[in-house]
Ligand binder design. Sequence first.
Ligand code: FAD
Length: 428
Amino acid sequence: MDLTFTPQEEKFRSELRGWLDANIPAAWRDPSFWRSVSDDEGFELRRDWERRKHDAGFAGIAWPTEYGGRGGTPGMKAIYDEEMALAHAPQSANALGLTFLAPTVMAIGTDQQKRDIIGPMLRNEVIWCQGFSEPGAGSDLAALRTSGVLDGDEYVVNGQKIWTTNAMHGDKLFTLVRTEPGPGPGRQAEGGISPVGTNNDQSGALEAGTARRDPEARRSHGMHRGISMLLVDMRQPGVETRPLRQLSGASEFGEVFFTDARVKASECLGGVGNGWKTAMLLLSFERGASGISQYATYRRGYDEIVAAARRLGRDTDPTLRRELASRLVELECLRYHAMHVLTQVEQGRDLGSESSITKLQWSETYQKLFETFDHLLGLDGVVTSPVDGLDLASLQFEAFWTRSVTIWGGSSQVQRNIVAERVLGLPR
Ligand SMILES: Cc1cc2nc3c(=O)[nH]c(=O)nc-3n(C[C@H](O)[C@H](O)[C@H](O)COP(=O)(O)OP(=O)(O)OC[C@H]3O[C@@H](n4cnc5c(N)ncnc54)[C@H](O)[C@@H]3O)c2cc1C
């Protein structure tokens, strides 16, 4: 494991830090600012700011210059992630495109797709959403039913997606559809596979198999076959989006309905019928995304929780102190794991199923940190009002958010199945 950055990478760090210092308005560094604006206003501010960041040369750090990137090293990308977190930079308006779709396009897209997708994404001209989950297909992703039927040189798409992050702001959706019919319930039953989704997968875990502990039987029944990843224009009459309101009052995600939506046949990523393989590659980027920015963000949260404990006079409680010490150790483990992953990436290794280890580690470290915050506040942890006159609303909101991180991108249970069966090779 290499824990150092090169002089050239450190030079990049100071250039970026200088730009962030000069370009993030002071008000934005106060998290209460983002609560004072509506979802739509906040989104547009972030969209515009990120566009300016692109114009200043701080976008697509490790991507080839021919597609609009900066042509930097993985180390520079890690520094970028860390500095963004340290500077309290606003969250990306196009995170799903930038973190999941773009590396997939770089790996398997056609030259035309690279040209069409990467530049507009970096300039935030096109906001991307991910359309994988359906009402009957979450962990059991291969149970998806949305269909795409070829009509001339276009697919006609019908069906529904759910939990689509940014649905209300999205321009395009990378989505999984059945371009060949899947097996019906009769065939499933015949093969001994329950028609009820007992398998797991937003993940590749379907292949790791748990359904009837017999993934080969399931695969031979074609659950993974005939799926394609289509790139759908969300701004067309055949696509309707509806917001889903969360407990916090926000609508960060929604439902997407397709009624005879049209997609050009050339807007298929990874080849017709190869959607499962394409999705697994994309999910490895979703789960294995740099833990370095996560470490920087959570470490800041940790420091804020310790400061709150001091101000509330709870910092001498031995039980809380022991818990905080454990959280700090876990955070440092996350940092070293992130550096290990970075070293592997720099050496050109494909992490594949190992990205599930990264997902498990960052999501559970983050969630446990905020469970400790709840232990500090007691019942005050489940509201967003001041505690003994202290405004902790940002941390209280973050505590709500952490409940979701062991679900999206594939739940912890599903990740454990993958690590057990694919990484450790344990018997089923
Ligand atoms: C904040 C947030 C944002 C999201 N954004 C998106 C998005 O942009 N696009 C998108 O497509 N989806 C998105 N999702 C959906 C997410 O991917 C799914 O919620 C997730 O895959 C789980 O599916 P499910 O909700 O249907 O739960 P289910 O699959 O019904 O699972 C319910 C429970 O059963 C457990 N379980 C299921 N199968 C197994 C098994 N075989 N072994 C052990 N335990 C199992 C699960 O771990 C879970 O605890 C988002 C979710 C959240 C919370």
